[in-house]
Design a protein. Structure first.
Ligand SMILES: [Zn+2]
Length: 155
């Protein structure tokens, strides 16, 4: 069970990291906004940043998901965190929390890298797929996960 979970974590961490890096690179030249239904909170991606925008009043509230589409922007890349309170005359004010996308990629990469490294260093005599102890097992098939090529048995 734990082996299944670990493998899922490893792969989803890897895929998420790659996705975040692609979004990060793409956000240098383009921006977009997504807003869940019935929400005052929207997520914006621009210039290396994930912005969480929280409006004070809900005049933009809608019944459905809103997706702005991709818009081109002049190339910008910012690296740091920030929070901004944005009062605009005639517009609802909002709080903007900016999280750099590289930081999110690092958060998903760290556990994935750790799990990959752990699996790579697995000792001989253990199943390469699930880590089950195969010393004394002559069948060549792991009884735990069914992996057919466990070998690397110590002689
Ligand atoms: Zn196994």
């Amino acid at each position: 069970m734990w082996n299944r979970t670990r493998s899922t974590l490893k792969w989803s961490g890897t895929v998420l990291t790659v996705l975040l890096l692609v979004v990060w690179i793409g956000s240098i030249w383009s921006m977009c906004t997504v807003r869940p239904p019935q929400s005052r909170v929207s997520l914006e991606v621009y210039g290396g940043i994930l912005g969480i925008k929280i409006e004070e009043r809900d005049i933009y509230r809608r019944d459905h998901w809103h997706w702005s589409g991709l818009h081109r922007q002049p190339a910008t890349l910012r690296w740091g965190f920030s929070t901004v309170y944005w009062p605009l005359s005639g517009m609802p004010s909002y709080q903007l929390i900016e999280i750099p996308l590289w930081f999110l990629a690092l958060l998903t990469a760290a556990p994935a890298v750790w799990l990959w490294d752990r699996d790579r260093r697995r000792k001989p005599g253990l199943c390469r797929k699930c880590g089950y102890d195969l010393r004394g097992n002559a069948s060549g098939v792991c009884p735990e996960c069914g992996n057919a090529s466990p070998s690397r048995l110590p002689t």
